[in-house]
Design a protein around this ligand. Sequence first.
Ligand SMILES: CC(C)(COP(=O)(O)OP(=O)(O)OC[C@H]1O[C@@H](n2cnc3c(N)ncnc32)[C@H](O)[C@@H]1OP(=O)(O)O)[C@@H](O)C(=O)NCCC(=O)NCCS
Length: 149
Amino acid sequence: MGHLEVRHIDNPAELDDVFRIRHIVFVEGQDVPPDREWDGLDEDAEHIIALSDDIPVGCARIRFPGGKAKLERLAVLSGYQGTGIGSAVMEYLVEYAWKRGVDEIFLHAQLTTLEFYSRFGFSPRGEVFDDANIDHKEMFIVKDRQNVH
Ligand SMILES: CC(C)(COP(=O)(O)OP(=O)(O)OC[C@H]1O[C@@H](n2cnc3c(N)ncnc32)[C@H](O)[C@@H]1OP(=O)(O)O)[C@@H](O)C(=O)NCCC(=O)NCCS
């Protein structure tokens, strides 16, 4: 595997790369309706990109609704899945969210990814719900207050 870099985007061309990855993975790959994928919240979000040997291969976004961190739109191009890129993006996001001082990080996981997210400490809560014709469940981590200094 090549050199992997995970970081916030730092120019508009990288936002285009992020949108292209999401189009391929979600709209083409999972039949997510375009109006659901492009939900109007991208301007309020911070965007993360994963580069393998400088090639954009993965992405995610993070928002802070209600003072909590919400992780969204995690995607890795299919040819690069299963090589640790999604995990590297998750580690970056979780570390960044805690640095921002939130008490809780949450996300809406596709049911097939519950096990993947549980590796990073996320627990499921609530009922299964439909989003873009895909079954989801909310998952969350709360800050361990005893470890807050
Ligand atoms: C889910 C996703 C982001 C994971 O990224 P990735 O780069 O493939 O993840 P990693 O290589 O770090 O995988 C970590 C582990 O999770 C497992 N895993 C990843 N996605 C999985 C899935 N959809 N179902 C079951 N297991 C999965 C991998 O097999 C791997 O296990 P291993 O370490 O024992 O081999 C990626 O598969 C993806 O983009 N999927 C399509 C889009 C999507 O479903 N996004 C999530 C929306 S909630």
